[in-house]
Design a protein around this ligand. Structure first.
Ligand SMILES: NC(=O)c1ccc[n+]([C@@H]2O[C@H](COP(=O)([O-])OP(=O)(O)OC[C@H]3O[C@@H](n4cnc5c(N)ncnc54)[C@H](O)[C@@H]3O)[C@@H](O)[C@H]2O)c1
Ligand SMILES: [Zn+2]
Length: 353
């Protein structure tokens, strides 16, 4: 599989990924190499990474607790302090070995420690492989508000090694699959058709490659999200609000990122049908596809009010307006659509029926 070239770095796949890392480490002459893990990637992923590294570097492992609830400034402070105690200097590198929480938080910590040290992303979840580790968005949550603090800054390289997925559970795999379905919906009807009825395990490498290609193409056109990059947020305006709401309300079980945006894609599909001409049959197909993969979530009226009140914190807002990405067709998005609150209630009614 050929490497994919992004802004200032490359994404390397499977067989050549660790060789690319070794070459990079050999040429970069880092003073120290830090590897950021959580307890799960420490157990399952570090034993794959470490034997693959040939260079005689001074390695330090930094472990944080897993889970979205730890993607916050308090955890960043812990990591900054450990880096400082271990004398990380400007020529140190941070390798983020984990899911989207590790790559988002680690990228942000590296981008800000001593005004920025280099970092490398080695995603270990499907979601991080196809989405979070590519594109340079880094950051953490502020309270329950998703990704409220962060910077856009590019890694030195991204290594996608699907062997890591062998220890990932089914629910996490499905969560990542939601972002792949999104890539089909916003850019590639043929890809959507391939994915919608499910895929065989042996297809996963080529599908990950295709998704990274779609994401990268969009990011390259608009790295700082002035216009076209916004299409990657399909399902995310409502999806992030739902994710935040569930994160902060102890009465609800946590929803994974992909599960929340899967709901967001159905809701925003309904809005697309109402406002942008997405056909009814496409809408039904979208709803059925997500319903077959993700458990149905129940929303009480008070939940919906809570979710809608979180929308005003969405980063896609400007000048007090809430902006949505909708679909004219599968594969054909439109950005910056503003929507009346009443319609949002109806969208939830459609999801719930
Ligand atoms: N920066 C971006 O562009 C972008 C894009 C999409 C999502 N995100 C962010 O990504 C985050 C979600 O990422 P995620 O779904 O990877 O979550 P995650 O990082 O929480 O990982 C999910 C769980 O799987 C475990 N895990 C990771 N790799 C494993 C492996 N190989 N084997 C066994 N267990 C493993 C983790 O410890 C964790 O418990 C969210 O915070 C979301 O906002 C960012
Ligand atoms: Zn996402």
């Amino acid at each position: 599989m050929k490497s994919i070239t992004s802004e200032s770095y490359s994404v390397h796949f499977n067989a050549i990924a660790f060789a690319a890392l070794n070459t990079h480490l050999e040429n970069a002459s880092y003073s120290k190499v830090f590897v950021l893990v959580d307890e799960n990637t420490h157990e399952h992923c570090l034993p794959i990474l470490m034997p693959a590294i040939e260079q005689e570097y001074d390695f330090e492992i930094i472990e944080i607790e897993s889970g979205e609830e730890h993607k916050n400034i308090a955890t960043c402070t812990q990591v900054w302090e450990i880096l400082s105690e271990l004398n990380a200097d400007r020529k140190s590198v941070l390798i983020n070995l984990g899911g989207g929480v590790i790559t988002d938080l680690g990228g942000f910590v590296a981008s800000t420690y001593k005004r920025g040290i280099e970092f490398i992303n080695i995603p270990t979840t499907l979601l991080a492989m196809v989405d979070a580790s590519v594109g340079g968005k880094t950051g953490v949550d502020l309270g329950a508000l998703k990704n409220q603090v962060g910077v856009i800054n590019q890694p030195e390289m991204v290594l996608v090694v699907s062997e890591f997925l062998n220890t990932l559970n089914e629910r996490q795999l499905q969560s990542g699959f939601a972002e792949m379905l999104k890539h089909g919906l916003i850019q590639d009807r043929k890809y959507w058709n391939t994915l919608k009825n499910g895929v065989a395990p042996e297809q996963i490498d080529e599908l990950i490659y295709h998704s990274v290609g779609i994401k990268n193409e969009v990011v390259l056109k608009d790295p700082t999200e002035q216009n076209v990059r916004k299409i990657l947020n399909y399902g995310h305006t409502l999806g992030h609000a739902i994710e935040s709401y569930f994160l902060e309300s102890p009465a609800h079980e946590l929803l994974l990122h992909g599960e929340a945006i899967a709901i967001g894609m159905v809701l925003e599909g309904w809005l697309s049908h109402q406002l942008e001409g997405l056909t009814e049959s496409d809408l039904i197909e979208i709803k059925k596809t997500f319903a077959a993969r993700y458990p149905k979530t129940t929303f009480a009226p008070s939940d919906i009010d809570g979710i809608l009140s979180l929308l005003k914190f969405d980063k896609k807002n400007s000048h007090g307006n809430i902006n949505f990405v909708l679909l004219k067709n599968i594969g054909q998005p439109v950005i910056d659509v503003q929507i009346n609150e009443n319609l949002l209630h109806e969208a939830f009614a459609y999801y719930s029926e």
